[in-house]
Write a protein that binds this ligand. Structure first.
Ligand SMILES: Cc1cc2nc3c(=O)[nH]c(=O)nc-3n(C[C@H](O)[C@H](O)[C@H](O)COP(=O)(O)OP(=O)(O)OC[C@H]3O[C@@H](n4cnc5c(N)ncnc54)[C@H](O)[C@@H]3O)c2cc1C
Length: 153
């Protein structure tokens, strides 16, 4: 057997060790959330999502969405509620600008209290809602945020 002893200066090694493997931040577990604020196509544009995020922040809630929002990439897929998303049953589910299609309802109808904000009084979401606000979300949501902040101090 031939022995060789190559001389390798540390500086000649070009491959650097990678950073140690770390698990990525845990994917959001909506099933553990006590309060969920969920946004639908009524929000119209990605740039408007912040309006609803403000409400989630004020309530200490997780954000969720209907399928078109996630399909558009406005929120990550893991936040989709419904038959092809997560099934959730929080204490409070606030549906903002969501019509209440059956594929969405099956994912959230087990929620203890459902609050719906929709400008269409005939939207099916009101059939499962405990509290309904018929109005323009762009007026209702900021007003709610103000009120939540006032009450919570
Ligand atoms: C096989 C299959 C699987 C599916 N899986 C899912 C699923 O997992 N989850 C899911 O959510 N959907 C799913 N869908 C899609 C589902 O059928 C609906 O298309 C979807 O839920 C509609 O989303 P939306 O309520 O956000 O939008 P829309 O139905 O377009 O409703 C938007 C609502 O916003 C209201 N609105 C508009 N402007 C305002 C305003 N300024 N203020 C207040 N309200 C306003 C409107 O009145 C309307 O009710 C699936 C469909 C199929 C075929």
């Amino acid at each position: 057997m031939e022995k060789s002893a190559p001389e390798l200066a540390a500086g000649a090694i070009r491959q650097k060790p990678e950073a140690p493997f770390r698990e990525s931040a845990r994917a959001v577990d909506l099933t553990a959330a006590e309060i969920i604020v969920s946004v639908g196509r009524g929000i119209k544009e990605k740039e408007n999502i912040g309006v609803v995020e403000e409400l989630a922040k004020a309530l200490g809630a997780e954000m969720a969405a209907s399928r078109p929002i996630c399909d558009n990439g406005w929120l990550p897929m893991e936040r989709q509620v419904g038959s092809s998303g997560q099934t959730v049953a929080p204490k409070v589910y606030v549906a903002v600008g969501i019509s209440g299609a059956i594929q969405h309802l099956v994912g959230m109808k087990g929620s203890k209290t459902i609050v719906a904000i929709n400008k269409d009084a005939n939207a099916p979401i009101f059939e499962v809602a405990d509290y309904g606000i018929v109005g323009d979300l762009f007026e209702v949501v900021p007003a709610l945020v103000e009120e939540v902040k006032r009450v919570r101090g």
